[in-house]
Structures are given as C-alpha cells and as structure tokens.
Write a new protein. Structure first.
Lengths: 228, 351
C-alpha cells in the first residue's frame, strides 16, 4: 500500500465509478439519439447532429465552462437547488462532464451499427405485423448490440481520461471529485511526485486496457452469433 | 381474391401510372427491370405511398387518396417474400418463423406452425440461425414466415432470382405445394417466364411504369418465338421406368424417352420448341428416341417464325417452332397429320 496510498486508490475507484455511471446513463440516450439521426426525417436534423457532435470539436475546457454557466447562479442552479439538487463540485458533476464529452463518440459508434442494418429487413418486420417501437426493440436493438458495446467501451475510455470539463464543473477535491487525470496533474506539479504519477498512469492504462479487452471478447462472441 | 389497383407516382426520372384488377388467386407480374415492378411492390406492401389512386384487396380498402386512407404496412395483412429472403440474422429459424405469428391476435392464428414446418420440410433447420442457411433454405423459411401471418395475399418479389438453377428447381415444388395446401392467393413478381408459367395462371404485363396488358402466361410464352431460346414446352414426369439405358414415361396415349431422370415424382422438364422436328411421313431408321404421331391444332406466326401447336392425343400438347419456308413446304393446315421427332437428351430439368 506504500506505493498506492489511499488517496490514489480513491481517485482510481472514483474514476471507474464516474466512467461506468456516465456510460450506463448515456447509453439509452445515445441509442435514441442515434436512431433519431439515422431514421428520423425532420427539419432540425442538421442542427441536432451539430449539437451532439459539438463537444467533439470544442476544447473540453470550453464545454466545462459552458456547463458551469448553465448550472451556475445565473443558469439552472437556483432551480436545481429548489429541487434539492446541488450538482456543481460533486462527483455527479464529473459524471455529467464525462457524459457530455463522451456522448458524440457513443452516438457515432451506434450509428455505424445502424447503417449496417438492411432497411428491407425492417420492411419485412413491418409486413409481419411489427410496429415501429416493436421493430426498434426486437430487431434494431439486437442487431446493434456490437456497436452499442463498441460505443460504450469508447465512451468509458474517454470518460476515464476526461480532465478539462471535469475540473471546471466538479473541481479537484481529493476523495470527492479528484479522478485519476486530476490526481496525475497534481502529482506532476509536486516535487517528488513523479513515481506516484507514473503508478497512476499505469493503473489507468490497465483499467482502460481491460475494458477494451473485455469489450473485444464480447464483440467476438456476438460476431459468432450474428455474422455480418 | 379480388385486387384492384389504380395508382400514380412520380419520381425525378420515372413515373408509374397503372390500373388493373384481377380475381386470380395465382397472379403474376411480368416486366423487364426498370419497368416499375419494385415500385408497385412497395406501394402494395405499404412501404411507398402513391401520389394518387386506390388499392383495394378483397373487401378492404388499403389506400385511397380521395378518402385519405392509407393502411400502414404492419396492418395490411400482405405477406412479403423478398429476393434475398431477409430473415432476421439474430434469430433462429423457429423464432423467424413465429415472428409474425406471435404478433397476430389469437383468433386470427389460423395456420398451424407444425403444418407449415411439415409442408416446407423445415423441421431439421429449426434451431439453426439464419446466416447458417443456404439460399434455398432461407427462401423456404421466408415463405413459411410470411404464411404464418395468415395474410390475405402473399406478395413474392422475385423469390427465385437470387438462386441458381438447381436451387430454383428445389423451391418451385414448395411454392406449388403451398398453393395447393393453403389455398393462399398470391402475386408473383418475376422476370422469368418459366416461373410464371409454372406458378401462375394470369400475368400482368408492366412496361415503363404502365400496365400494357393482362394475359395467360402461355400466351406470353408464345410471343417468345423470335427470342434466342424460342418457346419452351414444359413437361411434367410423374412415373418413369428405366429401359435400354434411358427412361421412359407415359405422356397421354404415347410414351416419351428421357436420357436422364432424377426419379422424383412431379419433375418438370423443359423441351425447346426448336428441338422438335416435324415430318409429314413416318420416318425410317432414325437416331431420335421420341417419335410422336400428332395433328396440327393451331398455327401462330411471329416475326418470320411459325409456332405449330401439336395435339398429341389425350389433351397433351406440344409446340414446335419452324421457319415459314418449312411451314409452306409441309403445307401445314389445322388438322394436318404429322410426326414429331426429338432426342431423348433434348429435355432439361426445371424442377
């Protein structure tokens, strides 16, 4: 435990928790957004597409600053407070930051899966009496399992590395909102912190790598079940 | 079954404007590619909306621009079978078969899945996944899946065109059995005259988005005299016996000789009208194993070719195709007595 003090352990666990929760919460929204963009025919589609992809091209600090404005005193802050929700500078804020930044990656992956579905297959489904929602749940969802998995692991990995937006809205509170990247940042500015920073780097590599390996394995199993 | 369709739809470079009605339960739709067959299929199935018109199937109005009616695809009760089968790849054969059946109200589940599995010989495939099936097996499952929805009409869009000749031959008997067993009205879209002749008794002719006529598939086949293959006779063999190195089977009051036969009951063979020679007198010492005594029943001419319909007795008819000069030399008249000659190897198996 000497090389891995409890504060770092907390950072590691917090990062894993933030990335998992962000991915799980974003997943259904990501599926809905990808389906709307793929199947939907509405006028504001280019606008929605741009909005979803914006965090991909904006610096994360800008995303964090905009979120800070949105959730701050002049934004939704007072309303949220009335509801008993105080989001800023909590671990949930780190989840929100990770969700916003990772969301476009998730949606992109799911869309690739949706593009692989033969539209005639859905026609066949309709002719067999399945309505739109029925088709979405019983045909589209199972056929996009692989891309859901790929998108989730990408988003999880991106969430683990999230720094800019997190520090803006969640701060860097040890034990509460200090995730691995924030801890590494602290150590890098601290005399003699190199080895601790390196150990955290290693831990974060292991965590990301194991998620990628698990997702690859699962994708492989599904590929055997549903060949392209 | 009665089907009335009067639809109009415009695209940038193509327009379809067609009207037809049919009472036939074995209806075909024939047309070259680009004639609008797929568009019509889409409109009947409810995937494409006509700009104007009416579609009525039996008592039900499926589409009417004047009444602002458009029954959605999932409520049309039209079973679709596509060119590639389009089975759900994440489900096994049994789940694919029951996909539509499970979505039917219990009172409308009139077709027994076990009977469909039996008729289409699907029992050994039930636990296999769709991607593990061959093209022919996939089409059989697709057919069963559409049937189990108990549709008012089966709409088959070139169901055999993705299959090779041998597989086609395996599927056609299943389609025939489905027609006989379930008495399900169907509309077969195809560009193969042979398929339409084997499976339908009325064919709608579509060209450049317009319906140019409605006729018996046999009539259309007779117009193919000037084509490369010419008119093709279709002959069904029900019982054959092997003798002297070839197969012999009864055909009307006479017997025909066949070089090679798979031995299955109900096998259909093609015999090109161009392979049948005609003689006025009984020929002597010939190599051809088939020699039929017959009389001329009908003569039809098309672009320099003469089709001679021969009555071979007991209602059995053959068409021979000859050039006009030969017809003149033979002095062919209705009722002329002739001998028709063809080789035992002239037969080609269809199904």
């Amino acid at each position: 435990m000497e090389i891995f003090p409890s504060a770092d352990w907390q950072a590691l666990m917090l990062s894993a928790r933030v990335a998992s929760v962000a991915t799980l919460v974003a997943l259904p929204f990501g599926f809905i957004a990808a389906c709307s963009l793929h199947f939907g025919r509405f006028r504001s589609k280019p606008f929605l597409e741009g909005l979803i992809n914006l965090p991909l091209v904006l610096p994360p600090v800008v995303v964090g600053y905009l979120l800070l404005l949105l959730l701050g005193e002049n934004g939704l802050g007072p309303t949220l407070e009335q509801l008993g929700l105080s989001l800023l500078f909590t671990w949930q804020a780190a989840v929100l930051a990770a969700m916003v930044v990772g969301f476009p990656l998730l949606v992109r992956s799911i869309r690739i899966g949706l593009e692989g579905i033969d539209p005639q297959l859905l026609t066949a489904g309709s002719s067999l009496g399945a309505g739109r929602f029925d088709l979405l749940i019983n045909v589209v969802l199972p056929l996009t399992r692989r891309s859901l998995l790929a998108g989730s692991s990408l988003m999880f990995a991106r969430s683990l590395g999230e720094f800019g937006a997190t520090i803006m809205i969640a701060g860097n509170i040890p034990g509460l909102t200090r995730t691995i990247p924030l801890a590494i940042y602290d150590y890098s500015g601290m005399p003699g912190g190199e080895s601790a920073a390196l150990w955290l780097c290693l831990a974060s590599i292991l965590l990301s790598l194991s998620v990628l390996i698990i997702s690859e394995r699962l994708a492989h199993v599904q590929k055997r079940e549903i060949p392209a | 079954m009665s089907l009335y369709v009067s639809v109009e739809k415009r695209f940038d470079s193509f327009a379809i404007n067609t009207e037809f009605s049919s009472e036939s339960c074995r209806l075909g739709l024939f047309g070259p590619s680009g004639s609008g067959k797929s568009t019509l299929f889409g409109m009947l199935a409810g995937m494409q909306k006509p700009d104007r018109g009416t579609i009525q199937l039996g008592e039900r109005l499926l589409f009417s621009s004047s009444c602002k009616t458009c029954v959605p695809a999932q409520k049309r009760r039209i079973g679709l079978v596509f060119q590639q089968g389009l089975l759900f790849p994440h489900l096994n054969v049994q789940e694919n078969l029951l996909f539509g059946y499970k979505r039917l109200p219990k009172t409308e589940r009139l077709i027994d899945p076990d009977r469909v599995i039996d008729v289409l010989a699907l029992a050994p495939l039930l636990n296999r996944r769709a991607p593990q099936l061959s093209g022919g097996e996939r089409q059989r499952v697709a057919l069963g899946r559409a049937l189990l929805c108990n549709p008012q009409l089966l709409l088959l869009d070139e169901p055999l065109s993705a299959l090779d000749e041998q597989l086609k031959g395996q599927i056609i008997p299943f389609l025939k059995t489905v027609q006989d067993e379930f008495a399900m009205p169907f509309l077969l879209i195809s560009h193969s005259l042979d398929e339409l002749r084997l499976l339908t008794d009325e064919v709608l002719l579509l060209e450049k988005g317009e319906m140019i006529g409605k006729s018996h598939p046999e009539e259309i086949a007779r117009r193919s005299l000037s084509s490369m293959t010419g008119y093709i006779n279709l002959i069904e063999v029900n019982s054959a016996s092997q003798e002297n190195g070839f197969w012999s089977f009864p055909w009307g009051e006479q017997r025909l000789a066949l070089a090679d036969h798979a031995g299955k009951i109900g096998t259909t063979y093609q015999l090109s009208s161009k392979d049948i020679l005609l003689c006025r007198e009984h020929p002597q010492a010939i190599s051809a194993r088939n020699l039929l005594h017959c009389s001329v029943n009908k003569l039809f001419r098309y672009q320099g070719q003469v089709g001679v319909e021969l009555d071979c007795g007991n209602g059995k008819k053959l068409v021979s195709q000859i050039v006009e000069q030969a017809a003149d030399e033979l002095d062919l008249q209705i009722g002329s007595q002739l001998y028709a000659l063809f080789k035992a190897s002239a037969f080609r198996k269809v199904c």
